[in-house]
Design a protein around this ligand. Sequence first.
Ligand code: SF4
Ligand code: SF4
Length: 211
Amino acid sequence: MEQFKINTIRILFLAAFAFIMFRGTPILWLAIFALSMVAAVFFGRFYCGWICPMNTMMIGTEKLALKFGIKLKSAPKWIESGWLAWVLLIVSAGLMIFMKKVSGKDFPVLLIWLVASVILTFRYKPEVFHNKICLFGVLQGLTGRHAFSSRRVDPIKCIGCKLCEKACPAEAIKVFKEDHKARIDTKLCHQCYNCTLVCPKEAIDYGKVKK
Ligand code: SF4
Ligand code: SF4
């Protein structure tokens, strides 16, 4: 039921995105994105898990790819450090400014990345796009890493079964070898709820993060 509710919210935001694009006012969506970056300081990266049209499309695409038996790949070594997302951010911002100055038109950054996210999800695991390629993701990580509230793990309840690790689309939760307990990296966490849904011990909730 929770999953159904979350997916419904995602689809409503996707519809809002389509409407905004149809009206030709992408600046409105970029304003929503900017607001969500501020909100991420307080609540974590909800934009990525609930609002982002790329993420919503990627969830469907991943299901389709797996249905067709496509084996999704991990990140190639050369992009592992995450530099590519920063380069793509700078190039995209540069093209937006250049196109506006030269032709007065908007560079369709949101639509181009929406298409790119779907194509790449037919080849790579979702965490590759989220953590190594997405220019919007690196910006969300800047504020999300300081989140006052986030998904968090109760180490007393956690049995280290790793089901949460497998369910996470962003490699944000990891069971550590030292104590066999899961921990969440708020910089990467999309607050998507997947881990909470699969945890057999109800060890994951949402609340204040200990700094
Ligand atoms: S699913 Fe729950 S019990 Fe299993 S490792 Fe994750 S937090 Fe711990
Ligand atoms: S840690 Fe949990 S809430 Fe955060 S991205 Fe991973 S599955 Fe989603």
